[in-house]
Write a protein that binds this ligand. Structure first.
Ligand SMILES: NC(=O)c1ccc[n+]([C@@H]2O[C@H](COP(=O)([O-])OP(=O)(O)OC[C@H]3O[C@@H](n4cnc5c(N)ncnc54)[C@H](OP(=O)(O)O)[C@@H]3O)[C@@H](O)[C@H]2O)c1
Length: 285
């Protein structure tokens, strides 16, 4: 496994396993299979309802806690200093651990600064090894780095895939020493990602699948990436990306696939803020 060094010196595996949309009763099995394949970095969140299953699988694995890298995320309903403090203790309990490797502010809405203050405190107390944000547009991230808080976010976890590459955003993150992390590297298969002819052709050239080409492309860009599968053969396939290299021609061809458009949601639009607010009001999220 290749590791990146975060802005506070903490080392994080460049490839990890995501648990979003895995039904809570299936999480323990999926994570156990992923651990067997070799994954040690796992991504969960309060909102996914996967913390407990992940905690159980880690506990039963026999793998030492220090060999895992666990990321979780605070959801909007805990965006106050007190609630976030309480959430951190809840997450520790759910995950059956006495420290978390990384905790992120999940969405850039509401009073996220209050929650971040609780994360900073837990970081300084040694309960969390690194803290960061997710879905932060460049202006919000830079605002946080310059005017925000004492601890500069270590990570900004955002949607990155061949159709939405965020090249300029990565340059801004690099300038502020914030590591880019990609969620939904396959775009969950939307817009024909796995059937894309350019990616298929590159895969054929290297004897690799589209999924492997995408993950390799992100790793070569020095982007931390988390991918999800509930099939162990795909978990294995997605893990086997360190034995080949994309060349400049491949990278140029992938570069041309960028549409600059999200496949999911744009946190900078009024519609998105309204939608999140409505879901919270209706207690759907
Ligand atoms: N911060 C955020 O707001 C945010 C948002 C979304 C996601 N995330 C994180 O990012 C992680 C990854 O994103 P994601 O789960 O949304 O999407 P993803 O990893 O891009 O795609 C997952 C989908 O791809 C399929 N798949 C996986 N490997 C495959 C392969 N080798 N060949 C064919 N199909 C394959 C999976 O199917 P099967 O499971 O059936 O194999 C699943 O349907 C999440 O699990 C979560 O931890 C964060």
């Amino acid at each position: 496994m290749k590791f990146v060094e975060l802005n506070n010196g903490v080392k994080m595996p460049i490839l990890g396993f995501g648990t979003y949309q895995i039904p809570s009763e299936e999480v323990e099995k999926a994570v156990s299979e992923a651990i067997e394949v070799g994954y040690r970095s796992f991504d969960t969140a309060a909102r996914y309802n996967t913390e407990r299953g992940l905690g159980l699988a880690m506990k039963k694995s026999g793998v030492s806690r220090k060999d895992f890298f666990i990321t979780t995320k605070v959801w909007l309903d805990n965006y106050s200093y007190d609630k976030c403090r309480h959430y951190i203790d809840q997450a520790l309990e759910n995950l059956q651990t006495d420290y978390l490797d990384l905790v992120l502010i999940h969405q850039p809405f509401g009073d996220y600064y209050a929650a971040y203050r609780a994360l900073e405190e837990a970081y300084q107390a040694g309960k969390i090894r690194a803290i960061g944000v997710s879905n932060f547009a460049p202006f919000r991230l830079v605002d946080m780095c310059l005017f925000g808080r004492e601890v500069i976010p270590a990570i900004n976890q955002v949607e990155v895939n061949p159709l939405n590459q965020r090249v300029e955003e990565q340059e801004i993150m690099q300038k502020y020493n914030v590591q880019m992390e990609a969620w939904a590297p396959f775009g969950e298969g939307k817009n024909g990602m796995f059937e894309n002819v350019v990616l298929r052709e590159i895969g054929r050239k290297h004897g690799k699948s589209v999924a492997q080409v995408i993950l390799r492309w992100l790793v070569q860009r020095e982007v931390v990436v988390i991918c999800k599968s509930t099939h162990q053969e795909r978990m294995r396939e997605n893990f086997e990306i360190f034995d080949f290299e994309l060349d400049n021609e491949d990278i140029q061809k992938i570069r041309e696939l960028d549409t600059g458009e999200t496949l999911f949601f744009n946190p900078q639009t009024v519609e998105t803020v309204e939608k999140f607010n409505q879901k919270m009001q209706e207690r759907k999220w």
